[in-house]
Design a binder for this molecule. Structure first.
Ligand code: IVH
Length: 709
């Protein structure tokens, strides 16, 4: 039986081959029943396995050091997880290979030397991972089996925030020590830096409930995606190296020796649990999560209590969908047994608690190899270098191409053909190369240079700041790009007019300009290869349907250089009639907020161009009608300031803030002359008294809801 599983195991392919060869060896020199042969084979196997295990440990240790100490990871999380899982599996199958020095036996890596060391009173453990539903179901079964119960276990499900774990020690309500997780037992003292985080209280709030004698709160320090991008933009301007992702930015910022630097970084914190606590007991994890905010410690609004493992799966799906629209990165969910007494009974194994599990999403970063770098010509003639890579799954999608943006970016990253790189996908954005793993170089990698002639039409390429541009007037690549943009969903939205069909229409000479789309005849479409009558009719109908469009969409569809979707909307709001654009001067345009000289010059030039004017004339003649934008009504909360106190039943704090802002109002956390309303939830606390004192209008949650409806 053991031999059978050994022969079938994919990790032991070379041995399997040896075995099969030996088994079939014609002279019968090695007989499988021969005891000498068997023991020899076993030695060979254990020797090789030992080597593999040692190699894995060495590799994992090295990556821990890159990740934890240097903050310069060389491999993606997914690859790291794979190494760790392989090692865990081998150690589980072959107990004789276990060692106290294995990375599976400890939580992280040594902290940086420059910070003081803090010993956590209770170790900060890591989480076991599940990558699919079966593994998560196994966790539920394991929990029940361990507890010797077949009853459903209540879980708390939370987003797994992708940041840096910290511990905050509060003595009689005052923050005394803040530390990183470090190796789980010893962390780094980063109190000074944590004090700079605005979402973290320096003193616990004692208004609603008494504060405990001592509290060790634990949570994740993160940076929001938008703020991360802004941070990198600023670093680029200053010529400083960019952070690979928000997690690295958060880790790099919290480990600054100078707290002034940290203070400039947009760090935030969400608490997800506690270590030790003195002077207060909790029955459930849910109770902890409900109590922490009362002390001023922020918890994540997307937490949920689940009464059955299937509810956890629903939550997982929900969060997977929300993932793209959340302002921060999450890489999965965390499932925790709710009852503290059950948590205690379950205890921990090796480096993780038996009562919790990280149920991961597919990773958004992966490692792959660049096979080639090609050049694409866009609708404005801009040449974009694109990496052609060994296909790899990232965030649930297989990708084989990633943008390298421009030559400057290639130089900055020092990307070469043949390089091993980390790529990332964020939302529906085109994958990009974020980092080269220089240590994987073999010396055969080739540098890339932009061509001096357009690879599509052969015209001259000129350099404008960082952009290389084909100046060919009849470049088919530019024409195809313009038409694809014009027909795209966010522009004229011509359903069914896909990339391949556009290529054929241009190649056949049926479309030489965007206006030609509105003059195509059904017969011309049917005459194309692989085009049935029904499909042709669908396209004719879609073209017809696209004729009525808001002016903003139309301006965007024209593909004017530097005019993106938002600028197009802004322009349409200020100049609601298309005809006006033919007469606008740069000065007129510059009066619009957010529109600078570059955009103004580009718009004026576009509407001056004879070919563009003719094209717009032909579009109008074909029946394209533009809807003038309505002047945007201000929300019904315009100019009003709200303070919220106590928990609202139906809406989280972040959501309510967004809602108020979307309706033109603002929110404040404390009282001033400007506050118009106080909205009172459950357990409102002292703010309510203060509001009464100041004579500010008080609203219940129901009254507030009516107001915003
Ligand atoms: S609980 C024993 N909850 O994931 C429980 N961790 O892989 C330990 N993390 O070090 C952690 N979101 O940095 C917990 N809602 C959450 C989390 C979370 C992110 C991180 C944390 C931890 C790592 C474990």
């Amino acid at each position: 039986m053991m031999w059978k599983s050994f022969l079938c195991s994919p990790t032991r392919k070379p041995f399997r081959r040896v075995c099969i060869w030996l088994f079939m060896e014609p002279a019968g020199l090695f007989n499988l029943t021969c005891p000498f042969f068997l023991s020899k084979m076993k030695m060979m196997v254990t020797d090789s396995l030992k080597k593999r295990v040692e190699k894995l440990r060495e590799e994992i240790e090295y990556h821990n050091y890159r990740y934890y100490v240097l903050d310069q990871p060389e491999i993606s999380d997914a690859q790291y997880d794979r190494l760790m899982r392989e090692l865990e599996k081998l150690e589980a199958e072959y107990p004789e290979l276990r060692s106290p020095n294995s990375p599976t036996q400890r939580v992280g890596a040594p902290p940086l030397e420059e910070f003081d060391i803090v010993r956590h009173t209770l170790p900060m453990l890591s989480l076991a991972n599940a990558f699919d539903e079966n593994e998560a179901r196994d966790f539920d079964k394991r929990v029940k089996k361990f507890l010797g119960s077949s009853e459903d276990v209540v879980y708390v499900a939370e987003p797994k925030l992708d940041g840096l774990a910290v511990e905050l020690v509060y003595e009689r309500g005052h923050l005394t020590v803040g530390s990183t997780r470090g190796d789980g037992v010893n962390g780094e003292n980063i109190t000074q830096n944590l004090r700079t985080i605005k979402t973290l209280p320096l003193q616990l709030v004692r208004k609603e409930i008494p504060v405990p004698e001592q509290l060790e709160a634990r949570g994740e320090v993160i940076i929001q995606l938008e703020k991360f991008k802004e941070l990198n933009r600023r670093r680029e301007e200053m010529g400083e190296p960019l952070f690979a992702n928000p997690r690295n930015a958060a880790a790099g910022s919290i480990r600054q020796l100078d707290p002034k630097v940290t203070r400039e970084r947009p760090l935030e914190i969400y608490c997800y649990g506690i270590g030790g606590v003195a002077g207060r007991t909790f029955k459930t994890h849910w109770e902890i999560l409900q109590t922490l905010p009362k002390w001023g410690l922020r918890t994540n609004p997307h937490i949920q209590r689940c009464h059955h493992i299937d509810e956890v799966f629903d939550y997982y799906q929900e969060m997977k969908e929300k993932r793209e629209s959340l302002p921060y990165e999450i890489d999965g969910i965390v499932i925790k047994v709710d009852r503290i007494d059950l948590q205690t009974r379950l205890g921990e194994i090796s480096r993780s608690p038996r009562w919790a599990l990280a149920f991961k999403f597919e990773p958004k970063q992966e490692t792959t190899k660049i096979l080639d770098i090609i050049v694409q010509v866009g609708r404005t003639g801009a040449l974009t270098p694109v990496a052609v890579m060994e296909p790899v799954r990232v965030g649930g999608v297989e990708v084989s191409r990633a943008t390298l943006h421009n030559q400057d970016e290639i130089d900055r990253l020092d990307v070469r053909m043949g390089d091993t790189v980390i790529i990332q996908r964020a939302g529906d954005v085109i994958p990009e190369v974020v980092q080269v793993i220089a240590s994987k170089r073999k010396g055969m990698e080739k540098k890339f240079r932009m061509p001096s002639k357009c690879p599509v039409c052969g015209a001259e390429v000129v350099k404008e700041e960082v952009i290389y541009r084909c100046i060919g007037l009849d470049c088919p690549a530019q024409l195809k790009g313009r038409i694809k943009h014009f027909a795209s969903k966010r522009a004229m939205d011509i359903d069914g007019l896909g990339v391949k069909l556009i290529d054929r229409l241009v190649d056949k000479g049926l479309v030489k300009d965007v206006a030609d789309l509105y003059y195509i005849k059904k017969e011309e479409l049917i005459a194309l290869e692989r085009m049935a009558e029904k499909s042709a009719q669908n396209i004719i109908d879609a073209v017809e349907k696209s004729k009525t469009k808001p002016l903003g969409k139309f301006l965007f569809a024209l593909g004017i250089l530097h005019v993106g979707e938002t600028t197009a909307e802004d322009l349409a709001r200020h100049f609601p009639r298309l005809d006006e654009f033919f007469r606008l001067s740069e000065e007129d345009l510059m009066r619009v907020e957010g529109i600078g000289p570059e955009v103004s010059a580009s718009v004026v030039q576009f509407f001056k161009d004879k070919k563009n004017r003719e094209s717009i004339e032909r579009l109008k003649k074909a029946g394209v009608k533009l809807i003038e934008p309505k002047v945007k009504e201000k929300g019904n909360l315009a100019g009003k300031t709200f303070v919220f106190t106590g928990a609202l039943k139906d809406i989280g704090r972040d959501e309510v803030r967004n809602l108020v802002e979307s309706l033109g109002g603002t929110t404040a956390s404390s009282f001033s002359k400007k506050v118009d309303f106080v909205v009172v939830g459950e357990d409102p606390g002292a703010k309510l008294d203060k509001a009464r004192e100041l004579g500010i209008r008080i609203l219940t949650e129901e009254e507030f809801k009516k107001m915003v409806q």
